[in-house]
Write a protein that binds this ligand. Structure first.
Ligand SMILES: Nc1ncnc2c1ncn2[C@@H]1O[C@H](COP(=O)(O)OP(=O)(O)OP(=O)(O)O)[C@@H](O)[C@H]1O
Length: 591
């Protein structure tokens, strides 16, 4: 009996083992794994096999197999591609922190394939955060001759008016250019610096074949297109910090492009104007360069513009850049981030032929004449020691009125402006409000070849500024024929308390109240002829004191009456009184 019982339990064990074996057969194992990822798969398999006689495990095996083969083949292909691609395709890498990134992105937005791609990035700017180009597309968005209501809406909707650009999303995109297939690959990444983490991106442009010319041609076209967008505009770069860079790691950052300022709008003694224009033109001629090189002279030219603030130094520089079609690179030496190293770096990265505008060269250490430097250093040392006793903050050794605490020493400044790193072919324009503070070493020929003095407005200049403001420029309506506009012009005039004979007393604010826009903006200009404007300009200048106010102050007043020259003439006495009073208050405040 005992033996019989033993036998039957062995059989049960064998049956159980067989059942286990069958449960762990390959399809069952797959089904178990599948069940882990897709709950209910076992049940679905049972239903499928009992109702439709379909074995799902078989299909799952096939699907897994196909996936494995596909992944394997892709991996092998990608390895093979990485290995082979240098032999069969040419590739250019475009980095986010280089200006070429902006050229390429701008070019991409203009290509048909960008608008056709179904996966794209939409944005209002195509420029890199590192190489900022400004939102100068806005220029094109301003509608001409808009009605006042439209103009107001346009201002309210300014953000909405920015053009939206479409560029292909991250990944690889194929396009055709000049009959050749190209691939554009965009990869986003993170850019880590010591201080921050920010977004970055790299673009790869490839084409079939080892010839790199087609890609170079594409990149040149992108660059041309990007610059053509500026047309005849004056492009301004500023020494600035890239996102994520240290405070003193300065780069040239394109900040804006704008229509060239006509030379006629800068009011300056004609002889001085002609001198500088002719001098710069002469310098830029190709034979001048040869002339310099034949004599072993560094091919550079320096100009110094000095005078009180608001007398036109920067304006003349911009007008010259427009006239000579040069780019302007601006650095203010009063900026805190401008140090000897950062200035040297900026100078070494100047392009061939440009204007470099160094503002406020009377700043910080530069003003300290060589003999004075020692004295100042000693004095500041004494002060520091004295202050340390009462635990006061340390003394600014950069100079009393400096906003740049570190400053740049005179010798470093001189080394930078005529050192080896400073590129030839450039025009250096330095501006200062205090020429008397400058060391003669800065002013010596070779560093400063032409000096222009800017002054407070005299009679002739005041007249010139008036005429420049009320001159009807090209594209502006010269005559007002519209009845509504004329009527509104008079209504506006009266609404602001003006009569053509005199201005009402005690209404100081009226001077600063802008006129309401006339009914039809396309007739927003005044209705005066050139002769009338000239007569009004003389009347205006007759009532202005000589050499007391800057052109900027006069211009500021005229802009408050930009559509009404008569109102400007009527209000000039009041303006002079008010400005004198304000200056008096300012003086007392300073004292
Ligand atoms: N001589 C001038 N002719 C025409 N406009 C002028 C003149 N001087 C000043 N302005 C006007 O005044 C404003 C300030 O001028 P600008 O910036 O050229 O002065 P600046 O001498 O460079 O001043 P700062 O020394 O403060 O830099 C500008 O809008 C400009 O149009």
């Amino acid at each position: 009996m005992g033996l019989m019982q033993n036998h039957s339990s062995q059989e049960e064990d064998l049956l159980a083992a067989a059942a286990m074996m069958s449960n762990h057969s390959l399809p069952a194992v797959i089904l178990n794994i599948g069940e882990t990822f897709v709950p209910g798969l076992g049940l679905a398999n049972r239903i499928a096999s009992s109702y439709f006689q379909i074995d799902l495990t078989y299909h799952i095996v096939v699907a897994f197999g196909a996936l494995a083969i596909f992944t394997g083949v892709s991996y092998v292909l990608s390895m093979a591609w990485d290995w082979l691609s240098p032999y069969i395709v040419a590739t250019a890498e475009i980095r986010y922190d280089d200006e070429i990134w902006n050229f390429v992105m701008f070019w991409i937005t203009k290509q048909k394939f960008s608008s056709k791609t179904t996966s794209f990035v939409a944005g209002v700017r195509t420029s890199s955060a590192y190489v900022w180009t400004g939102e100068d597309n806005d220029d094109n968005m301003e509608p001409e001759n808009e009605e006042p209501e439209e103009a107001e809406n346009a201002i309210k909707n300014w953000d909405k008016m920015k053009a939206i650009n479409f560029t292909p999303a991250s990944g690889r995109h194929i396009f055709w250019y000049n009959g050749r297939p190209f691939s554009l690959a965009r990869y986003r990444s993170e850019r880590q610096t010591l201080w921050s983490v920010s977004d970055s991106e790299t673009i790869y442009i490839s084409t079939l074949g080892r010839n790199t010319e087609p890609i170079k041609k594409l990149l040149h076209e992108a660059q041309m297109l990007y610059h053509e967008r500026d047309g005849g505009k004056t492009v301004i770069y500023r020494g600035g910090r890239q996102a994520g860079a240290s405070a003193e790691d300065l780069e040239w950052i394109r900040c804006l492009s704008r229509p060239p300022r006509p030379m006629s709008t800068v009011v300056l003694d004609q002889v001085q104007k002609d001198t500088i224009v002719n001098d710069m033109k002469e310098y830029l001629r190709s034979y001048t360069r040869k002339w310099y090189s034949n004599r072993g002279l560094p091919y550079r030219r320096g100009y110094l513009f000095h005078g009180p603030p608001g007398t036109g130094k920067t304006s003349l520089c911009f007008a010259l850049a427009g006239l000579l079609n040069l780019r302007i690179y601006v650095v203010s030496l009063n900026s805190k981030s401008v140090t000897e190293d950062s200035l040297a770096k900026l100078f070494s990265n100047l392009p061939w032929r440009c204007i470099i505008l160094l503002e406020d060269i009377d700043s910080a250490g530069i003003t300290a004449k060589r003999i004075e430097v020692k004295e100042e250093e000693e004095e500041s040392k004494e002060k520091t020691e004295a202050k340390e006793d009462v635990k006061a903050p340390s003394v600014d050794t950069g100079g009393a009125n400096s906003t740049n605490p570190r400053g740049i020493t005179l010798s470093a400044f001189l080394n930078i402006i005529d050192g080896v790193a400073s590129s030839e072919g450039r025009i250096l324009v330095m501006t200062t409000n205090h020429i008397e503070k400058l060391d003669p070493a800065i002013l010596r020929p070779g560093r400063v070849d032409v000096t222009i003095r800017f002054q407070f407005a005299n009679h002739e200049m005041t007249k010139g500024i008036f005429q420049a403001i009320y001159r009807n420029a090209e594209g502006e309506a010269e005559k007002v024929n519209d009845k509504d506009a004329k009527e509104n012009h008079h209504k506006n005039h009266e609404a602001n308390g003006h009569t053509h004979k005199s201005i009402s007393k005690g209404e100081k604010d009226e001077l600063f109240t802008p006129l309401l826009p006339p009914a039809r903006s396309k007739y927003r200009q005044h209705n005066k002829s050139e002769e009338e404007i000239e007569t009004l300009a003389t009347k205006f200048a007759d009532q202005m004191p000589l050499s007391e106010f800057t052109p900027a102050e006069i211009q500021g007043f005229l802009l408050r009456h930009k559509h009404d020259p008569q109102a400007a003439v009527d209000g000039v006495v009041k303006f002079v009184e008010t400005l004198r009073a304000e200056k008096e208050v300012q003086k007392k405040g300073i004292a």
